[in-house]
Design a protein around this ligand. Structure first.
Ligand code: ADP
Ligand code: MG
Length: 322
């Protein structure tokens, strides 16, 4: 293929990748043949998701290769988490302007660190020449009927969110404005934590779930559409990190929490009578969760202030920069 990095260089890169990969026992054949062979457990559903990161669009150009590697896998694992799936395998399509072994080594440092933590095996991929772009496909497993979907929210459900909101958006804003950068916020942008344990724990309690990639309001709107319901969110209850509180005033903070992208937290709905059970399961999964709203009749998301007045986001969703 004409877009393949030329011969030896491509083989060298693939060899570097292959040498560092650890295969799970259920990888019958990993990197090296025309395709991988994977042992899917009998009776499980295979869960598949794919996400692409483009330089300058999905991460600032100055992002360290190791952070790009981490994030490329993390955003994909976040999709599996939102389905309540257990991650197992992934494939990696790398497009880069020239064969750069040093860059690939750095990229793998972050990518394989997260893969090892979550017991995910890299089983194949493709390596081509082009603008810097990384596509990852993840494969996970879930028992039939136990996946968390967007279409199950019911009127009266509580709306919950994990972790804190707006940190990544805040880091992006500091980077764009050339403002002093907060290291914690930048870490939240560069190294999101996929909420896998929480996703797995929610199977018995959540009616609907989504991961927040484009911003809370935009992503909750997807749940509303899929479930045929409305959601009322209490803006004052959205969880904020100490770093976000310290660096942005209330208006700016709320806009980032409601509209900033790249949080990769889970937003889910669950019946009100399961409140204690949700808290118990979340604690077991070592993940903080906060109740931020209610599923209501109607359609779309409305955000309200503490006094019940409608709150208007200056930015309802994440706009790609660049
Ligand atoms: P083919 O010409 O059959 O597509 P390639 O030369 O593209 O073969 O790939 C050779 C082997 O290396 C395959 O097993 C493929 O899955 C793997 N591979 C190629 N690029 C990557 C990558 N970026 N990450 C992981 N595995 C890769
Ligand atoms: Mg190929």
């Amino acid at each position: 293929m004409t877009d393949t990095l030329h011969g030896a260089a491509e083989f060298d890169l693939i060899a570097r990748i292959r040498a560092r990969v650890a295969n799970r026992d259920d990888v019958v054949l990993g990197i090296g043949d025309d395709a991988a062979l994977l042992q899917v457990p009998v009776g499980q559903h295979l869960v598949v998701a794919m996400d692409t990161l483009n330089a300058g669009v999905h991460f600032p150009e100055d992002t360290a290769p190791a952070d790009i590697g981490w994030k490329a896998l993390a955003v994909n694992l976040s999709d599996l988490a939102a389905m309540g799936a257990e991650p197992a395998w992934c494939t990696l399509s790398l497009s880069m302007p020239q064969s750069d072994a040093g860059w690939v080594d750095g990229f793998l440092d972050g990518f394989l660190e997260l893969a090892a933590q979550r017991r995910v095996s890299l089983v194949g991929g493709d390596t081509t020449r082009g603008p810097l772009s990384i596509s990852v496909t993840v494969h996970g497993l879930v028992a039939p009927g136990r996946a968390l979907r967007r279409d199950g929210a019911r009127v009266g459900d509580d709306v919950w969110v994990s972790g804190t909101l707006g940190d990544a958006g805040a880091a992006l804003q500091q980077w764009r404005d050339g403002a002093p950068r907060d290291a914690f916020l930048r870490q939240r942008l560069d190294r999101p934590t996929p909420r896998i344990a929480l996703g797995l724990a929610l199977a018995d309690v959540a009616n609907a779930c989504i991961d927040i990639s484009d911003g809370l309001l935009a992503d909750v709107a997807h749940v509303c559409r899929a479930s045929g319901v409305g959601v009322s969110l209490r803006v004052g209850d959205l969880p904020a990190s100490p770093a976000l509180r310290a660096t942005f005033d209330e208006d700016a903070r709320r806009a980032l929490q409601a509209g900033g992208g790249d949080d990769y937290e889970l937003c889910f709905t669950a019946p009100g009578e399961l409140r204690d059970e949700v808290q118990r399961l979340a604690a077991q999964a070592d993940t903080a969760v906060t109740r931020i709203g209610t599923v209501i009749e109607g359609q779309g998301v409305q955000a309200v202030d503490a006094d019940g007045a409608v709150w208007n986001a200056s930015r309802a969703g994440y706009e790609h920069f660049g």
